[in-house]
Design a protein around this ligand. Structure first.
Ligand code: AP5
Length: 213
């Protein structure tokens, strides 16, 4: 199964990705996580680091290469969930070409999480991530346990959050008609408890009560 999660920053893509991947037994492939890992290990080019921290989008070729290398790893043989990729139509075209070259596999569903902008800002500014486990918390809705080693993302500062939301509206929104035309797009309300959002996603893709592949 190949799933794609799209939606603005803070829509809950990372949160839903973890829940859906556990259900279907497929890996989560997050370009944002891969880039942050490269940042931590000091292998991310400085020009990309600056773009990321200020809330801009990296050039398409930088992320397409990451996906091309990651999707041929053995744990992707039964499918995967893409979180944060593609974000532009050229990235979506590149993904289609990549899947065609990898034996003709196809995307099963593209899930768009809908959340209104004021709530997105509120979610991002209060987000914290556990450095060790990658678990995502919210200081108010889902507070971290004592002892968690918390990270506050550089791009979750208010000015970077505004830039990311604007970038989503300007660029990624063009992606939705692309997948709508292909009859792959499922719009899901992303407001409510994370488990309730997961149920909505499963119903939308025709897998209610799904326990795995
Ligand atoms: P990326 O890491 O993909 O960030 P993003 O798309 O901005 O999305 P976020 O991770 O901020 O939010 P999310 O939707 O995953 O929400 P989350 O589940 O954490 O990308 C970062 C950067 O990398 C980009 O800005 C760009 O520079 C670069 N990049 C990455 N991919 C790229 C690409 N393809 N092309 C070019 N550049 C690329 O939830 C957010 C908060 O809300 C958390 O606190 C969470 O606890 C809370 N929350 C989640 N769900 C709920 C709920 N149902 N109820 C209450 N709270 C909730």
């Amino acid at each position: 199964m190949i799933l794609v999660l799209v939606g603005p920053p803070g829509a809950g893509k990372g949160t839903q990705a973890k829940l859906l991947c556990a259900r279907f037994g497929i890996p989560q492939i997050s370009t944002g996580d891969m880039l942050r890992e490269a940042k931590r290990s000091g292998t991310l080019e400085k020009r990309y680091l600056d773009i990321m921290d200020s809330g801009g989008l990296l050039p398409d070729e930088a992320v397409i290469g990451l996906i091309a290398r990651r999707t041929v790893e053995p744990d992707c043989s039964n499918g995967f969930l893409l979180d944060g990729f593609p974000r532009t139509v050229p990235q979506a075209d590149a993904l289609d070409d990549l899947l065609a070259s990898q034996g003709g596999t196809r995307i099963d569903a593209v899930i768009q999480l809908d959340v209104a902008r004021p709530l997105l800002e509120e979610r991002l500014i209060h987000r914290r991530t556990d450095k060790r486990s990658g678990q995502i918390y919210h200081l108010v809705y889902n507070p971290p346990p004592p002892g968690a080693e918390l990270e506050h993302r550089a791009d979750d500062r208010p000015e970077a959050v505004a830039k990311r939301l604007d970038a989503y509206e300007a660029m990624t929104a063009a992606l939705l008609p692309f997948y709508e035309q292909k009859k792959l797009l499922h719009r899901v309300d992303g407001v409510g408890k994370p488990e309730d959002v997961t149920h909505r996603v499963l119903s939308a893709i025709g897998r209610p009560g799904s326990g795995g592949e």
